[in-house]
Design a protein around this ligand. Structure first.
Ligand code: PLP
Length: 425
C-alpha cells in the first residue's frame, strides 16, 4: 500500500485508510478487481455519514414543513441545520443559501429571474471553458434581445484568455458567468480577479463552482461574487444542488413561483416540496468534510476552520497523485494531455486530467478500463464549447480521469498499467 509514500510526497497528513473506511462503495469489485473510482467529476462516492443522515431523516423526521407536529418540526430544524452547514461551506450567512435539484435547474431558474429585469441590448459574458449549464441558461435570454458574448481560451494550456474576457466586458454588461474550475481540463480560473472586472463595469458575477467544490475551499466573501452555485453529489453529498446568493440580490430578484408559496428569501427560490431526505444528506456531507478536517488539525475550533483544515490536507494529497498520473501519462507514447502540465503551475489546476491516445476513440478506452474495474469518463461532459474549440468533439471527445481524496497511488499505477496494455493490444 503506497499511502505513506503519498503522505510523504505531499507533506500532508491525510489518513487515507480512515477516509476509505468512511466510503462503503469503495469496497465494490468488478470481476474480482477492486473498483477504482476515477469518475469523480461526474459524481463522487458518498460516505456512510451521508447515508446514515438520509436514513435517519426518513425514520424519524419524514414530513412536510411547517406542520404543528413533531416530525414536521424536525424537518424544519433539519433544513435550518443544513443551511447553516452550507453557509459554513461557502462562508456566508444561512439565509444566503438556496437548495435546488441540481446546478443546471438552479441556474436556469436564476437566469429567468434575472432576465426579467434585462432589456434588449443588455449584455452577458460567458466563456468557452465552461460547462453548458453555465452557458445555455444565459444564452436562453437571447430570446429577449440580450447579447451574449463569449470569452475565448488560450488553446496551448486551456486557460481562460483574460485579455479577451476583459475586452468583452463593457458598460452594457449586466452579468459575467465564469466557472471556478473546468470539468474537462481542470483549469482553475482567477474568479476573484474576474469579479473585480465585472464589478468595475457594474455587472453581477456568477460563479459555477461545481467542479471546484471537491478540490478547494470556497470563500464567497473573499471572491466577492454575487452568486455561486455547486452540486452536492460532486463533493461527497447526495444528488442535489445549492446556490449562494448575496442577500440583497436574493431579496431583489423575483423568482417564478406559485401564489401560495412564500415570498420570503431564501425559501421563495426553492420551488415546490424539496427532497428533504437529501437535504439531510447535504448537512452530513459538509460535516463529513469537517470531521476529516478535525482529524487533520485537532486545533480547528469552528466548522469553517475544520473545513479549511480538510482542504489544506486534501489539496496537496490530490496534487501528489496528479503528478504521478501526469508522469505516467507523459511516459506513454501517443498521449496528448489537454490543459496545464507544467509541474510548477499545478496550483492553477485541479486534479482532473483529460487526454487522448492517438486516434483511439475515448469510449473504447473507457470501456477497456471499465472491464478492469477502473471507472473513467469519455466524451465532452457537456462542456461542448470547449470540446468543439479543442477539435475533439467529432472524435468522441477525450478520456477524463478525476482524482479526489479517496483515490490512491495504487489506483493510478493500475490505470497506467491498463493504459499500457490497451496500447499494446
Ligand atoms: C462544471 C460543471 N458545471 C455544471 C454542471 C452541471 O451540474 P448538474 O448536472 O448538477 O446540473 C456540471 C456537471 O457535470 C459541471 O461539471
Amino acid at each position: 500500500m503506497s499511502t505513506p509514500v503519498m503522505q510523504e510526497m505531499s507533506g500532508a497528513r491525510l489518513d487515507v485508510a480512515w477516509v476509505r473506511q468512511q466510503f462503503p462503495s469503495l469496497k465494490e469489485q468488478v470481476t474480482g478487481a477492486p473498483a477504482a473510482f476515477l469518475d469523480g467529476p461526474a459524481g463522487t462516492q458518498v460516505p456512510r455519514q451521508v447515508m446514515d443522515a438520509i436514513t435517519n431523516y426518513l425514520t424519524h423526521a419524514n414530513a412536510n414543513t411547517y406542520g404543528m407536529f413533531a416530525t414536521s418540526r424536525r424537518t424544519n430544524e433539519m433544513i435550518l441545520a443544513a443551511r447553516a452547514a452550507m453557509a459554513d461551506f461557502f462562508n456566508c450567512a444561512a439565509e444566503e443559501v438556496v437548495f435546488g435539484q441540481n446546478m443546471t435547474t438552479i441556474t436556469l431558474a436564476l437566469a429567468r429571474a434575472i432576465g426579467r429585469e434585462l432589456k434588449a441590448g443588455d449584455e452577458i459574458v460567458v466563456t468557452t471553458l465552461d460547462h453548458d449549464a453555465n452557458v445555455g441558461p444565459w444564452r436562453a435570454l437571447e430570446e429577449k434581445g440580450v447579447v451574449v458574448r463569449q470569452a475565448d481560451i488560450r488553446e496551448a494550456d486551456c486557460t481562460l484568455d483574460l485579455a479577451d474576457l476583459r475586452s468583452k466586458i463593457n458598460g452594457k454588461t449586466k452579468l459575467v458567468a465564469v466557472g471556478y474550475a473546468s470539468n474537462i481540463v481542470g483549469t482553475i480560473n482567477p474568479v476573484a480577479e474576474i469579479t473585480k472586472m465585472a464589478h468595475a463595469a457594474g455587472a453581477l458575477m456568477f460563479v459555477d463552482a461545481v467542479h471546484y467544490a471537491p478540490h478547494g475551499l470556497i470563500d464567497v466573501k473573499a471572491i466577492d461574487c454575487d452568486f455561486l452555485v455547486c452540486s452536492l453529489y460532486k463533493f461527497f453529498g447526495p444528488h442535489m444542488g445549492t446556490l449562494y446568493g448575496k442577500k440583497e440580490h436574493l431579496e431583489r430578484f423575483k423568482p417564478y413561483k406559485v401564489r401560495p408559496a412564500t415570498n420570503v428569501s431564501p425559501e421563495c427560490w426553492e420551488t415546490g416540496t424539496q427532497v428533504h431526505e437529501l437535504i439531510a444528506g447535504i448537512g452530513a456531507a459538509v460535516d463529513y468534510i469537517a470531521e476529516l478536517g478535525r482529524k487533520c488539525d485537532v486545533t480547528a475550533r469552528t466548522r469553517r476552520e475544520a473545513l479549511a483544515a480538510a482542504y489544506a490536507t486534501t489539496v496537496p494529497y490530490e496534487r501528489a497523485l496528479l503528478m504521478k498520473l501526469v508522469d505516467g501519462l507523459e511516459a506513454l507514447p501517443g498521449v496528448k494531455i489537454y490543459g496545464i502540465t507544467e509541474r510548477g503551475r499545478f496550483d492553477e489546476r485541479c486534479s482532473t486530467i483529460s487526454f487522448r491516445i492517438g486516434e483511439h476513440n475515448p469510449t473504447q478506452i473507457a470501456s477497456f478500463l471499465g472491464e478492469r474495474g477502473i471507472f473513467t469518463w469519455d466524451g465532452n461532459f457537456y462542456a461542448l464549447n470547449l470540446s468543439e474549440r479543442l477539435g475533439v468533439e467529432e472524435k468522441g471527445g477525450v478520456l477524463r480521469v478525476g482524482i479526489v481524496h479517496y483515490n490512491t497511488a495504487d489506483e493510478i499505477d493500475r490505470l497506467i498499467s491498463a493504459l499500457k496494455e490497451f496500447r499494446a493490444n
